[in-house]
Design a protein around this ligand. Structure first.
Ligand SMILES: Cc1cc2nc3c(=O)[nH]c(=O)nc-3n(C[C@H](O)[C@H](O)[C@H](O)COP(=O)(O)O)c2cc1C
Length: 361
């Protein structure tokens, strides 16, 4: 059974332990130019300093119209590369593997940012989306590939494709948002094709040792179909699977029947049963204590534990898991105070700072 402090080598990139930082977008921290801000740089370097094995920088738009807001980062042009080197250089010095998540919002694009377009014309929260033509699909795939090339130039060890949480890649996989009858719709293989061709393109452009991870859906419409989609990603060259929720499968805190963990955690565990040994698999969601981390890793339920809010609340959480030191626990606020609906500052961050443990937010 793996232990949390065991190393894991993927394509020659050694993770010093089994803890990974999940992507968490920082709304409003960037300017309209989509460049990383000093605040981002300080935030990520702080997270890299305290024991995490792999750090994944937040959802990063591959085109300007794929951003969540106009205060959100992108890698759609070369001028956006430079600042990332501060993060990747620090990660390299600290022995942390670095990824950046690539995304397009597709049919949930904010009307203030761009047109809502996706695999099919379907009702969305702001109207009806427009179906993308084949030429547009190919141009969008190229935008992901070009962003990955920029990520490589910026010094990242690899990229993570955002394939869940209702964004464009997820929209191609999901049967209720993809009604196409051409080669990008219908069967599991066809619905996976949009991302699989991106993976192949990135592999061609960025080489065999560049890590390609996919954050994919675990049960929308069902486990078997999602596993078949992930199988296509593996055939295309995916090196690491992180499993989370999809469009019709919200990320709630309901416990998986018969288990002491959430339904979203269970998706990672099921994927590990299917793909374990072939590709590393992580789980995520509501993991806030060292005991929870150990419960997954010590029983070999997954290869890696992905942490989002626990390391937002306290960058030292990985050290607490590894060596039992003190940490401030995430309060699991209904709306994370780092998120788009944040009204105040993160309460855990305030507590940590009051205790004299002041780090870059
Ligand atoms: C503030 C905030 C921003 C997030 N941004 C992203 C993102 O950029 N990409 C992504 O795939 N998930 C994003 N998520 C989801 C997290 O990566 C993670 O899946 C979710 O918070 C559950 O994990 P946790 O319980 O460890 O926080 C975000 C979550 C939060 C709270």
């Amino acid at each position: 059974m793996p232990s949390v402090s065991d190393t894991l080598t993927i394509k020659g990139h050694q993770l010093k332990n089994r803890l990974t930082m999940a992507p968490t977008v920082k709304f409003g921290w960037a300017g309209p130019d989509g460049k990383l801000s000093d605040r981002h740089v300080a935030h990520y370097i702080e997270r890299a300093k305290h024991g995490i094995g792999l750090l994944c920088v937040e959802a990063t738009a591959v085109t300007p119209d794929g951003r969540f807001t106009d205060g959100h980062i992108g890698l759609w042009e070369d001028g956006q590369i430079d600042k990332h080197r501060l993060v990747t250089d620090a990660c390299r010095e600290l022995g942390v593997v670095s990824l950046i998540q690539l995304n397009h919002t597709g049919n949930v694009t904010n009307p203030a940012i761009g047109e809502a377009k996706g695999p099919s014309s379907v009702p969305t929260r702001s109207g009806v989306s427009r179906e993308m033509s084949i030429d547009e699909i190919h141009a969008m795939q190229q935008a992901f590939i070009s962003a990955a090339v920029r990520a490589k130039k910026a010094g990242y060890d690899g990229v993570q494709l955002h394939g869940c949480h209702s964004y464009l890649i997820n929209q191609f996989v999901c049967k209720t948002t993809n009604l196409r009858t051409d080669e990008y719709g219908g069967s599991d293989e066809n619905r996976a094709r949009f991302a699989s061709e991106i993976i192949r393109g990135i592999r061609n452009e960025c080489g065999s040792d560049f890590l390609i991870s996919v954050r994919t859906v675990g049960a929308d419409p069902d486990l078997a179909s999602c596993a078949a989609v992930a199988e296509e990603y593996l055939k295309a060259g995916c090196d690491l699977l992180q499993v989370s929720s999809g469009i019709n499968e919200p990320e709630d805190s309901v416990l998986h029947p018969g288990e002491n963990f959430t339904k979203v955690n269970a998706l990672g565990v099921r994927f590990h049963e299917i793909f374990g040994g072939r590709v590393p698999v992580s789980c995520v969601h509501n993991i806030f204590t060292p005991e929870q981390v150990h419960a997954f890793l010590d029983k070999g339920l997954v290869d890696l534990v992905d942490l989002a809010r626990a390391v937002l609340a306290d960058p030292c959480f990985p050290e607490a898991v590894l060596s039992g030191s003190d940490y401030v626990r995430c309060r699991n606020c209904p709306r994370c105070q780092y998120g788009p609906f944040a009204k105040d500052r993160c309460p855990a961050t305030i507590l940590r700072q009051k205790a004299g443990r002041s780090f870059a937010d």
